[in-house]
Design a protein around this ligand. Structure first.
Ligand code: FES
Length: 140
């Protein structure tokens, strides 16, 4: 075999090898399942033991969660940041009149978090929650 013929065959072989490598690389399937990153819950409530009756609430980690209806579904609960929008004092839920009260300067908020009486000028900051089975998670 002459040199020119040898190089011609060698070049063709490399080309076929490279094409085969690229085809192989493109045809590989992902063997791992992509996962969606999950953000840890800000607060978790066990609904089999906590806030089981309408009007029950928990206040923890700067969040107040109130049960507003029966059933373990998200629509049966409401959650707020417990900071009073006036000056940041922690508000408390008063089950007997279904309001959130701030003891520092006397602001009151309705059960839906809207402002009832100042000096605060805005309502409470609502939080987002999810319910899965008997676990309530405040997620944001
Ligand atoms: S901090 Fe709540 S009323 Fe002032």
């Amino acid at each position: 075999m002459e040199r020119k013929e040898f190089l011609g065959k060698l070049g063709g072989g490399i080309g076929l090898t490279c094409v085969a490598c690229m085809m192989n690389a493109c045809s590989k399937e992902e063997t791992t399942t992509p996962t969606t990153p999950t953000t840890p819950a800000l607060l978790t409530v066990n609904l089999s033991t906590q806030i089981t009756a309408v009007g029950d609430y928990v206040s923890d980690k700067g969040i107040i969660v109130v049960r507003t209806a029966a059933g373990n579904v998200a629509a049966s609960f409401i959650a707020f940041n417990n900071e009073c929008p006036h000056r940041g004092n922690a508000v408390t839920f008063v089950k007997t009149n279904n309001t959130f009260n701030c003891s520092l300067h006397g602001s009151n908020f309705n059960a839906d978090g809207t402002l009832k009486n100042g000096p605060a000028t805005t309502g409470l900051i609502k939080k987002n929650l999810q319910v899965t089975g008997t676990t309530l998670s405040v997620v944001s």
